[in-house]
Design a binder for this molecule. Sequence first.
Ligand SMILES: Nc1ncnc2c1ncn2[C@@H]1O[C@H](COP(=O)(O)OP(=O)(O)OP(=O)(O)O)[C@@H](O)[C@H]1O
Ligand SMILES: [Mg+2]
Length: 228
Amino acid sequence: MIQIYRLTMRFPSGIEALRDVSLRVHEGELVFLSGRSGAGKTTLFDLVTAELRPTEGQILVAGRNLATLKTAQVPFLRRGIGRLWEDIRLLPDRSVHNNISVSLEISGVDARQAKRRVDQVLELVGMEKHAASYPSWLSSAEQQRVALARAIVHEPSLVLADEPTGHLDPDAAHAILQMLRDLKSRGTTVVIATRDARLPARFEERVIVLNKGFLIEDDGETTSAGGV
Ligand SMILES: Nc1ncnc2c1ncn2[C@@H]1O[C@H](COP(=O)(O)OP(=O)(O)OP(=O)(O)O)[C@@H](O)[C@H]1O
Ligand SMILES: [Mg+2]
């Protein structure tokens, strides 16, 4: 699903957020991307969604080489990727329902079908009673559930969850992680970035560790393996 080969990201400031990173995430895997603050986790997600272009190296997502992706194809790439942002990013002036339906409408889904689909995903995350609420009325845990509903409304084959438990108490964190694992069990590839090194230990899933931009650990496979 994701193939990364010798990836380096150097910002104009000279900071190297990623240094010679190679990894593969296979279809249907759930992987924790662990590392301290500043390790390069969010930068890696930005590269996979083509928000950033790498300084060096190659990225393939679902077989598509991002280096040769035309600007017009970027929305299609992103539609296949559900993203949870560290800062959640719900639109404050729109209802929960609208927060989720807006991207469906942009991609041309008709209003009735969009409503049905939004109702479905809200039910999936247990937020169906809050469809008419505004984000500021919700707790952090509820906001994160809505963000998850938004991330999966296009039925993406890949979900990138950036610090999804950062704002949550242990029970709410567990619930969100369980929902992400349910996605995996339905065949979705899931990558969970976290700076909480203890979090992955609670699950028997693959862990990749970044440190200062270097990939220092990958218990899933040998990182030197193969190109793209
Ligand atoms: N747009 C940018 N311009 C310059 N430097 C950046 C930019 N974005 C990130 N960086 C730098 O790249 C490094 C990695 O940042 P990144 O946000 O990817 O880390 P992270 O692992 O997501 O950290 P956190 O756990 O705090 O979210 C940091 O040193 C950061 O300052
Ligand atoms: Mg980050």
